[in-house]
Design a protein around this ligand. Structure first.
Ligand code: UDP
Length: 330
């Protein structure tokens, strides 16, 4: 079923990109996964063609745009580890900002005017109040967040100058896995809380620790808003349909509005898995704000988007299913 047209998915072999490819396929689109497979996985590309290429390479982008008349582009290809961005900012500005500029050039040349951009709650930095609405002050505290905010600004200028329509979706903490257990988080090294904690319980991570227990939060550990990756995928498919039918796009938070501390998440993981481990504390990780909770009301009001898979228990249950399934194949 590809009656709704082709969508180019940069980073289609990655965690969120692959979930979007599956959701696009189920909605009747042809997802074309464009990935350099440096961190993405060929085995995650199951719902359309895989095209190997890097978004910083104009030639491979031109070539992929010649293969299809894309109704939209979903742009996930980016470096995305907050801690790494602090120690290697060059990687973040070249991959994320440079790669997006090259992609935008190729889109203009191909006459594709519809983009869904993978932004982040990290654009807000240390928010002065929670939950955070889209109009809050944007003051990212790490190069990852700054690179994404720069791209949002670039997209606003391209909208004015060239008529590019875009959705910027500011994800809070993408988490969980497809309920089938066939795709999920698989990075090397893994830096994110939920997969690291599960892998520690499975004996695959030996140095798991809680980064910081001196935050100004009720239990001293940092608070985040976890949204299920399948809900993110649903929002992207909705965005593609809206842009294709002439919607102008916009900037929206994608979160749940509920915040959980690192300790809350660990308790939920221990409950779901029936396993446990001693809590070890280390100092705060550079670049981590104490709290990030979305005000999700604008996406609900304007787009009718409401997460339906994002209870903490559902997130942990699907992540656990995925990690058990990959452990079997290791
Ligand atoms: N975290 C932790 N131990 C880990 C990984 C993460 O305590 O091994 C904390 C991290 O400091 C942050 C929260 O868990 O407060 C979520 O981190 P993650 O890397 O999953 O997402 P981020 O919010 O950085 O995008």
């Amino acid at each position: 079923m590809t009656q709704r047209g082709a969508v180019l998915v940069t980073g289609g072999g990655g965690y969120i990109g692959a979930h979007c490819c599956k959701a696009l396929h189920e909605a009747g689109y042809l997802p074309v996964a464009f990935d350099d497979f440096s961190t993405g996985h060929r085995s995650f590309v199951k719902w359309g063609p895989a095209v190997e290429g890097n978004v910083q390479d104009p030639k491979s982008l031109e070539a992929v745009f010649r293969t299809q008349d894309f109704v939209a582009v979903m742009h996930f290809a980016a470096a995305s580890a907050v801690g790494e961005s602090v120690v290697d900012p060059h990687k973040y500005y070249t991959n994320n900002v440079g790669g997006t500029l090259t992609l935008l050039r190729a889109m203009r040349d191909a006459g594709c005017q519809n983009l869904i951009f993978s932004s982040t709650g990290a654009v807000y930095g240390n928010a002065s109040s929670e939950p955070i609405a889209e109009g809050a002050i944007k003051s990212p505290i790490n190069p990852y967040g700054r690179s994404k905010l720069m791209i949002e600004d670039i997209l606003a200028d391209y909208r004015t100058a060239y008529g590019l329509r875009s959705f910027c979706f500011r994800y809070f903490n993408a988490s969980g896995a497809d309920s089938s257990g066939e795709i999920g988080e698989d990075r090397d090294p893994e830096t994110h809380l939920i997969p690291r904690a599960i892998m520690a319980l499975q004996g695959e991570v030996g140095d798991f620790a809680i980064f910081g227990n001196d935050y100004p939060t009720p239990d001293g550990t940092a608070i985040r808003d976890y949204i299920h990756v399948s809900d993110l995928a649903a929002a992207h498919v909705m965005g593609a349909g809206l842009l294709a039918s002439g919607h102008g796009g916009g900037i929206y938070n994608l979160g749940t509005g509920a915040g959980y501390s690192v300790k809350d998440v660990l308790s939920a993981i221990f409950r779901e898995t029936g396993l446990t481990m001693p809590l070890v504390y280390r100092p705060r990780r550079a670049g981590d704000p104490p709290m990030l909770i979305a005000d999700p009301s604008a996406a609900r009001r304007d787009l009718g988007f409401k997460p339906s898979h994002s209870s903490l228990d559902a997130i942990i249950a699907t992540a656990w299913r995925w990690h058990r399934s990959i452990a079997k194949h290791r």
